[in-house]
Design a protein around this ligand. Structure first.
Ligand code: GTR
Length: 399
């Protein structure tokens, strides 16, 4: 079915366009947030009262280069059966505190990000193993996360697991208890797993804002693939996140849903809505076969990050066609117009997209960075992340 071009990012209907940063912020932004919740992700519940318990502090991990804190985010007004969110935070010891921080949403358990004895394998991971899921051992994803290198770059690193917030199944997790606590919302508008994960990221950010070792104007959020979609949503909605790094986030992430013009052959909305309906609200699948009927597209979600910083790290269509890297590049190019509103500049298509190599010294605040790499995270991508963060977290965010 032919797909119309995505609507211009500044268009507000009848061909009229937003013309100033103030109009964008006061009129367009709230409307877009509502549309994205209505058509794609649904609503997350209001956050109930929460408590931050720093359960453990280990002062010399990585041969003394970092302190590890294990924090539980608990919700005292919810029933006892409600899960807690466990956060692992590594703080560099050789830098001046407070530090900029990168939060990474993991999908396999905090114990997988580094081989450190204090990171025990959680019970749910063992239970999932008996349910025929492969159990990842402690430190099994250390090469992927590169926590030690993060510390060496002078950043704190925080991580929490998707499964604490919402299992990656139709069954709901923590947010179910929150909805019951606050009175329910109509089913079709209730957010799925992506909205819940984004909600969980915001709870973790709230802890980081209170931790004296962390600079509250220098918090970045990173996520890969399905976690990248959730991270982009969190970054779009939560202005306390200064830098958003969706990695290979694909469909329902950075990539445009209307992608015909980009000759992308990867995952379609129909495919994602069929395979993972529990990620979305009840309406999204209804538009799956005719995405031209959506009043929004994914460049609107990207644009909600403005004027904060976003680095979309992507692969090539040859190496990771499923994530539609060309549709992601076009999305970034289309969204960049919103950054122009404030800076009295025009970012060109070439300026906001880069093929491999090092991040330039004057990287714009919105960048599509492409490497010829598979669907995973590599040291080269991390280097780009920290080179970009060095520039864009330096002076903090000013939404
Ligand atoms: C795939 C899904 C993608 C992406 C990926 C992942 O199966 O179709 O949208 O999220 O999983 O999370 O690795």
């Amino acid at each position: 079915m032919p797909q119309a071009d995505p609507p211009h990012v500044l268009e507000i209907g009848d061909g009229e366009r937003v013309e100033s940063a103030t109009a964008w912020r006061e009129q367009r932004r709230p409307r877009l947030k509502a549309l994205l919740r209505q058509y794609v992700y649904g609503y997350a519940p209001p956050a109930p009262r929460r408590r931050f318990d720093v359960d453990e502090v280990h002062e010399s991990v990585f041969a003394g280069a970092a302190t590890l804190k294990r924090i539980a985010i608990r919700f005292p007004d919810l029933p006892q059966a409600a899960p807690e969110i466990r956060l692992a935070l590594f703080v560099p010891t050789e830098t001046e505190t407070p530090n900029p921080a990168v939060f990474g949403l993991n999908m396999a358990g905090n114990h997988t990000v580094a081989d450190i004895s204090h990171l025990s394998v959680p019970a749910w991971a063992r239970e999932r193993e008996t349910a025929a899921e492969h159990l990842l051992e402690r430190g099994e994803r250390a090469d992927y996360w590169q926590v030690r290198e993060t510390i060496d770059r002078g950043y704190a690193f925080a991580t929490a697991c998707t499964w604490d917030i919402h299992p990656d199944t139709p069954e709901m997790g923590l947010t179910k208890y929150c909805w019951h606590h606050h009175g329910d919302v109509p089913g079709a508008l209730r957010g799925g797993a992506l909205a819940a994960w984004a909600w969980g990221i915001s709870r973790c950010v709230e802890y980081l804002l209170e931790d004296p070792d962390i600079r509250d104007d220098a918090i970045a959020a990173f996520g890969h693939s399905r976690a990248g979609k959730a991270t982009l949503l969190a970054g779009a909605l939560d202005e306390r996140i200064a830098l958003v790094i969706p990695h290979q986030s694909g469909t329902a992430g950075v990539a445009l849903s209307r992608r015909e013009a980009t000759a992308s052959s990867g995952e379609t909305v129909e495919q994602i809505a069929t395979a993972f309906p529990h990620w979305f609200n009840g309406y999204y699948p209804m538009f799956a076969t005719d995405v031209g009927r959506f009043p929004i597209d994914q460049h609107h979600l990207v644009a909600l990050v403005a004027p904060r910083a976003i680095l979309a790290t992507e692969s090539t269509p040859e190496a990771d066609a499923w994530t539609n890297p060309n549709a992601a590049r076009l999305s970034i190019r289309r969204a960049s117009t919103v950054w122009d509103l404030r800076e009295d500049q025009t970012l060109s298509d070439d300026e906001v997209s880069q093929e491999g190599g090092s991040i330039p010294d004057d990287a714009p605040p919105i960048l599509h960075y492409r490497r010829d790499a598979e669907h995973t995270m590599t040291p080269e991508y991390w280097e780009a992340v920290y080179d970009f963060a060095d520039q864009h977290l330096e002076h903090g965010s000013t939404p």
